[in-house]
Design a protein around this ligand. Structure first.
Ligand SMILES: [Zn+2]
Ligand SMILES: [Zn+2]
Length: 241
């Protein structure tokens, strides 16, 4: 490459970058000028990890739609799940920004992505709720990622948010435990606040669903409080139980 071509290329890319700040934003993934309203362009949006066939109850990816073996053996307390995406790149990286790097602006971005892949039964849903944080996580992060996503979705979809259904306390973070330990860890440390729900259809919003045990424990509390139906809507579902 000769110098003039190299300079032309440099000038062009700088100019394109500068112009993108005046007229549009750049796409988070391909860094091209993005004319869509989202933080990624439409072609990149179509490459986000998703899968058509999932278990209707726990949203685990399956070869065909229906019910997975685990849900057939023991149905969880929730009635159905909807996962907007699969937990894989780049969703996992974006979620880490919200959860570990304390970049709260990602809650709005991720909620907007969820809106693009929303469940089709939302008209029947009375209210949204979320999995509470432990006091320790709340102190560490300053916010509950699931709550900020739920509040953003509630605002966009005009749904009330039910908060303080339960408090949570556990000494160990879920991500440090294996499946068996997680189930026990969750079951022992959710404390219902005895709020009552009159036969409502509640959607529990979560960022990522891994084993489904947290969702199960929360659904038990919601059903005990009087909810007639409990659904889960998560940003991403891990591909395996
Ligand atoms: Zn792009
Ligand atoms: Zn299942």
């Amino acid at each position: 490459m000769d110098w003039s071509t190299w300079i032309d290329k440099k000038v062009y890319s700088r100019l394109k970058f500068a112009l993108s700040h005046f007229y549009n934003t750049t796409c988070e993934l391909c860094l091209e000028v993005n004319s869509s309203d989202e933080f990624i362009c439409t072609p990149c949006r179509n490459t986000l990890p998703n899968i058509k066939n999932r278990c209707q109850i726990c949203a685990i990816p399956m070869p065909n739609s229906g019910y997975c073996g685990q849900c057939l053996r023991k149905k969880p307390a929730f009635d159905y799940s909807h996962s907007s995406f699969t937990y894989a790149a780049p969703i996992d990286t974006w979620l880490q920004r919200l959860k570990s790097s304390r970049r709260i602006e990602w809650a709005q971005k991720l909620a907007r992505l969820m809106l693009l892949q929303q469940p089709d039964n939302l008209t029947h849903v009375d209210a949204f709720t979320f999995v509470p944080s432990t006091r320790w996580s709340l102190m560490k992060r300053g916010y509950n990622p699931a709550e900020v996503i739920a509040r953003e979705l509630g605002k966009q979809l005009n749904k009330p948010i039910i908060a303080k259904l339960a408090t949570r306390s556990h000494s160990r973070e879920q991500k440090e435990l294996n499946r068996h330990q997680r189930i026990n860890n969750v079951g022992l440390h959710f404390h219902p606040t005895h709020k009552t729900l009159a036969g409502e259809h509640i959607m529990l919003i979560d960022d990522v669903m891994t084993t489904g045990s947290t969702a199960h424990s929360m659904a038990l509390i919601l059903k005990d409080a009087g909810a007639s139906q409990v659904g889960i809507w998560c940003l991403a579902r891990t591909p395996k139980h």
